[in-house]
Design a protein around this ligand. Sequence first.
Ligand code: HPA
Length: 277
Amino acid sequence: MTPTEEKLRSCVASVRRITGFVPRVALILGSGLGDYADSGAVEVECRIPYSQIEGFPVSTVAGHKGQFIFGHVGRVPVVIMQGRVHYYEGYPMSDVVLPVRLMHELGAGTLFLTNAAGGCNESFHPGDFMMLTDHISAFVPSPLLGPNMESLGPRFADMSEVYDRGLQALLRETAAGLGLTLREGVYTQLTGPAYETPAEIRMLQRLGSDAVGMSTVCEAVTANHMGMKICGISCITNMAAGLGHEKLSHGEVQETADRVAKDFKKLVTAAVEKMGI
Ligand code: HPA
């Protein structure tokens, strides 16, 4: 067994000593959705702070709590990651994606990713929601580097449809049903932690990016390797560098995320409920 696999097995055992809950959908909460589990949408069964899981990475970003929440959204059993781990915090990539592997091993076959992102597509506005139709992973190390964990997935994973078409249709329908505009596009992950320069954003635009952020893609690659069904929504919290008038700040990101959090929660809740039908 590789050290990464050993760590995964020990984290699974750690969680299983606390709960036998078997989730179907794994949900990773980005900025603005941090308090989702306490908004009444989730019937909470159990909370496990990351610090209680031996060897588990603990997020250090302001506004990110670090715990797993097990419970139900509608009739769907879910595991929610309240506070994700970012590569820019200094963790090895294998630790950044450990939670996704853990949630899969606990039983989740579907991964719902959310994040805050900068808009590269000039027709977007701060506060828009964008469903991920594809991504660009080329600027961050692959989470699949190193010995392949054959028990999880193949050495050379296909990435031609990371974001499940059925789930994309479900998200479109759900947003339309709620009267919410759902934009669509390609998300690019950079390492951060600095925001991009205007020249970098022009580069990303030419590569076909609609949104940019510092998370999500490595998690999607890992989940796709394991055969999970994946969907994702970005909250466009700001126009990317050089496209707006203001300097970028985490305060602005948080402010926009908070402003549209109510709609974001509605969309996520209705979509997860539909995943149970
Ligand atoms: N760039 C990168 N990450 C982000 C941004 C951005 O403009 N906004 C929110 N997360």
